[in-house]
Design a binder for this molecule. Structure first.
Ligand SMILES: Cc1cc2nc3c(=O)[nH]c(=O)nc-3n(C[C@H](O)[C@H](O)[C@H](O)COP(=O)(O)O)c2cc1C
Length: 431
């Protein structure tokens, strides 16, 4: 059995731009389309729905936002937090996971917001912690540039400690609601946290009531420091890896970090992002593959704006047909590394792009039966814990993917038939 979920890489942003069904019967700016998708995920037996976020109009690629704005890539997007109550209202058991930046939310603000939402959610809330690597994001929050990569993680680590300490600043039995005795809460069970750390100074206590359970922490650190942060603190790790061997190595590494921290490795679920592309038959699958393998100016721009945005390095400045020089970044190191290593050292940018196009990347292309069988085999080879489908949640894509695939995943015996009602953490611990 595997856990399944959906990672909305476009965030609360444009859904379906470029698809012939764009905008038909839905408006990406309003909650309804996400509510409908959530109901589909819950019906399917998925554990969670993760919503990406970012706070910039990316203009790294060629020093202009032209490609991003004209193709609606990574921008525009709404803030995912106000969407959460709508998604909770539309569903009963699905875990809802908005993204939140530890670099830009004060820990008290985050702890209070998430505590409030967790009360609405009855234990179904998670939060995807990111550190927002780009300088242009930092410049929206009073900084000239983003702080150094590993220090950003040190700071995020302290941020998580403070948030959790605030959640624990009320004992579970602090609220008496003793009407006869005239006592609402026992003041001896509510304490200041008096945190004075390297990055934060927070008095506490939190001014909400104890949480039904702590929100599930999700993280996607891929660099060495990122993996340590995730292994120490996360309940779920969002991971990108393109081969079963890399998936297994990554999962083993993260679990090892968790064990070194005295955690039970099975408390941490590593979920790999995949993109199922369900076709009617083998001919259609072959034609989808062929199309993806043919580099065009549009596909080159699409791939390079994406790696430019994620790494903070302008890939437009490199000659497509010259070997890619050695580059480093203060932003997403794992993403950059993954891109560069797609082809042998010394390859040109075009060769890297071609190698990536040949490999299908995160895509699993085939009939529903083939995709389900592939996921079953992949799950066996990796040894657990499950997968996150990625894609925009416009109705055509959700139905095109889930309607044929869910019955096949059930037939394979890898997708549960029912979610429990004990909240996201309990569902994740079912297996
Ligand atoms: C699947 C996945 C989803 C991510 N989602 C977000 C996101 O919503 N917002 C964001 O700012 N960063 C996001 N990131 C970036 C990560 O939070 C992290 O910064 C990145 O993996 C780089 O970490 P590293 O430097 O440790 O490799 C995501 C990364 C991955 C792999």
């Amino acid at each position: 059995m595997q856990h399944f979920g959906w990672f909305l890489g476009a965030g609360f942003g444009v859904q379906g731009w470029g698809d012939p069904t764009y905008g038909i019967g839905y408006d990406w700016k309003k909650p309804t389309v996400y509510q409908e998708a959530s109901r589909e995920f819950e019906r399917a037996g998925f554990d969670l729905f993760i919503i990406e976020d970012g706070v910039t109009v990316p203009d790294t690629y060629g020093g202009t936002a032209e490609v991003n704005l004209s193709t609606a890539r990574f921008v525009p997007k709404h803030d995912p937090l106000p969407l959460v109550p709508y998604l909770l209202q539309a569903t009963e058991r699905l875990g809802i996971v908005p993204t939140l930046s530890a670099s830009f939310y004060e820990p008290f603000t985050a702890a209070r917001l998430l505590a409030t939402l967790q009360h609405f959610a009855d234990g179904r809330l998670g939060f995807n912690v990111v550190t927002s690597g780009s300088d242009i994001a930092a410049q929206n929050y009073g900084l000239d540039k983003q702080i150094e990569h590993d220090r950003r993680y040190d700071r995020a680590e302290e941020w998580v400690q403070v948030v959790r300490a605030l959640w624990r600043s009320w004992d579970q039995d602090a609220v008496l609601e003793d009407i006869a005795g005239g006592v609402f809460a026992d003041h001896t069970k509510v304490r200041t946290i008096d945190h004075k750390g390297e990055f934060f100074q927070v008095r506490g206590p939190l001014n909400t009531v104890p949480l039904p359970s702590e929100p599930v922490m999700v993280q996607a650190g891929a660099s060495g420091r990122g993996q340590t942060f995730a292994g120490r603190n996360s309940d779920v790790v969002l991971a990108l890896a393109s081969t079963p061997e890399r998936m297994r190595t990554y999962r083993d590494g993260i679990r090892q970090v968790a064990v070194e921290q005295g955690r039970d490795a099975d408390d941490l679920k590593v979920l790999f992002v995949v993109q199922p592309i369900v076709t009617a038959n083998a001919e259609e699958a072959a034609s989808v593959r062929e199309k993806r393998r043919t580099l065009t100016q549009a596909s080159i721009d699409e791939a390079l704006q994406s790696v430019s945005y994620l790494s903070g390095v302008d890939f437009k400045k490199f000659d497509l047909d010259a070997p890619l020089p050695e580059i480093t970044t203060n932003s997403n190191q794992g993403t950059l590394d993954n891109f560069v290593k797609s082809a042998p050292a010394g390859s040109t940018v075009r060769e890297i792009l071609q190698a990536r196009a040949e490999k299908d990347g995160l895509a699993i292309i085939g009939t529903a039966g083939e995709v389900a069988a592939h996921l079953g085999e992949l799950g066996e080879a990796v040894g657990g814990d499950g997968f996150l489908f990625t894609g925009q949640v416009h109705p055509a894509l959700v139905h095109r993917t889930l309607d044929p695939l869910v019955p096949e995943l059930r037939r394979q015996g890898i997708l549960r038939t029912e979610l429990g009602d004990g909240g996201l953490r309990a569902n994740l611990q079912d297996f």
